[in-house]
Ligand binder design. Structure first.
Ligand code: A3P
Length: 372
């Protein structure tokens, strides 16, 4: 749990930035009730408007809700495991393995690059990950911790491995931080963030692409995002999900900042090895992943993984092969049509929110300036 000093600093910062959160001061004994109350209050649309200080007219909240679709599951994007492949070797001796709670969880952000981060991290010989998004803390909580553990990969008991899962839906779900804290307060949290405008457009684009793939029509971003008088609809979920500080403060009530690792998702696209080296350090792992583990796929416009797998036990005829692993077309979609004036409005809207987020994490080196 955050210390009172951290909370005091946080409150001061938020007040200075004009962010008025309700239900923050709490006596320890009232913690559970107040957390619930705070989330309920701020989660109402009117409260969101107050909190974000946005004038709102004509917003049709019902429409906003009905536009929302369930989160995309991207398990098919997971690469084959090296372990699965080594099983093919005649002299492969299986190690004793166990399933346990993950040591680290990528909790967000949706469309931030979570799949690329998880799959590339999995090239590290000491990282093992659950392939699908597990959604334990947001959707399957009632199934219990033993169900959650069952979804994890079986990790070797003899050597220290980091076990991971990713469910980007956790980041913006109010009930998740407390559940995760109470299940395992030592869990290391990883959040990959992109330029808030790009993430919003990507979020919209995912909803749009799924509809178009089914031969259905979909509203333009402008129709989804603006009221008839051109105001930003604060109830638009892809917009809300890009207001990072709003969601992050809920996590900071439970987890100290040194337990939350932020990955720069834009830099991760152009230099994934940099973000991975920082992740290795955060996870306390020996650095293993370098620029040599990547090649640029110019058709796709993104980096792909390049991993040489060797099986020492196959000596004297050392067996090795090189795996080339790219994410498929649902990652790195062509951008949807968006008017320049929409970008301009969005950049103006997010400027203050981004500053609050940077102050919260005390990191100011993101290049989130106005660009398409
Ligand atoms: P776009 O499709 O908008 O380009 P997530 O896995 O969280 O759903 O994030 C998807 C985003 O990951 C993609 O959004 C893409 O920009 C980003 N990404 C980062 N590195 C990537 C890579 N090497 N290959 C494909 N997409 C990558």
């Amino acid at each position: 749990m955050c210390s009172m000093g951290t909370l005091t600093n946080l409150l001061t910062l938020l007040l200075l930035c004009g962010f008025v959160a309700k239900g923050w001061s709490s006596g320890e004994g009232e913690e559970e009730r107040e957390v619930g109350e705070m989330d309920e209050e701020i989660e109402s649309e009117e409260e969101m408007e107050d909190v974000l200080d946005v004038e709102e007219e004509d917003t049709d909240w019902q429409d906003m809700e009905s536009e929302e679709e369930s989160e995309e599951e991207d398990a098919e994007e997971a690469f084959n495991d090296v372990e699965d492949e080594t099983m093919l070797c005649a002299d492969y001796v299986p190690e004793i393995r166990e399933k346990r709670l993950p040591d680290a969880v990528i909790i967000g952000t949706r469309k931030g690059g979570t799949r690329a981060l998880l799959e590339f991290a999995n090239m590290h010989p000491r990282i093992m990950r659950a392939k699908p998004e597990i959604h334990f803390y947001d959707k399957h909580w009632q199934k219990g911790v033993s169900w959650y553990v069952e979804q994890m990969p079986a990790v070797p008991v003899s050597s220290h491995h980091t076990c991971m899962e990713k469910t980007p839906g956790y980041f913006h779900e109010a009930k998740v931080p407390r559940r995760l804290y109470e299940t395992n307060n030592a869990t290391k949290l990883v959040i990959i963030v992109r330029n808030s405008v790009h993430r919003l457009v990507s979020d919209y684009n995912q909803l749009r692409s799924k509809r178009l793939d089914r031969g259905e029509e979909y509203l333009s971003l402008e129709e989804s995002l603006f009221t008839s008088t051109g105001q930003i609809k604060i109830g638009y979920k892809p917009l809300q999900r890009s207001i990072y500080h709003y969601h992050l403060v809920r996590w900071m009530r439970y987890f100290p900042l040194n337990q939350i690792h932020i990955v720069d998702g834009d830099r991760f696209i152009s230099e994934p090895w940099v973000g991975l080296a920082e992740l290795e350090t955060f996870l306390g792992l020996q650095p293993q992943i370098t620029q040599d583990n990547f090649f640029f796929n110019s058709t796709k416009g993104f980096y792909c993984g390049l991993q040489t797998v060797t099986v020492p036990s196959a000596s004297p005829h050392l067996w090795s092969c090189t795996r080339r692993t790219c994410l498929s077309k649902s990652k790195g979609r062509p951008k949807p049509p968006v008017e320049q004036s929409t970008y301009d409005k969005l950049y103006r809207f997010f400027e203050r929110h981004n500053q609050i987020f940077f102050s919260l994490i005390n990191k100011f080196d993101f290049d989130w300036t106005n660009k398409r």
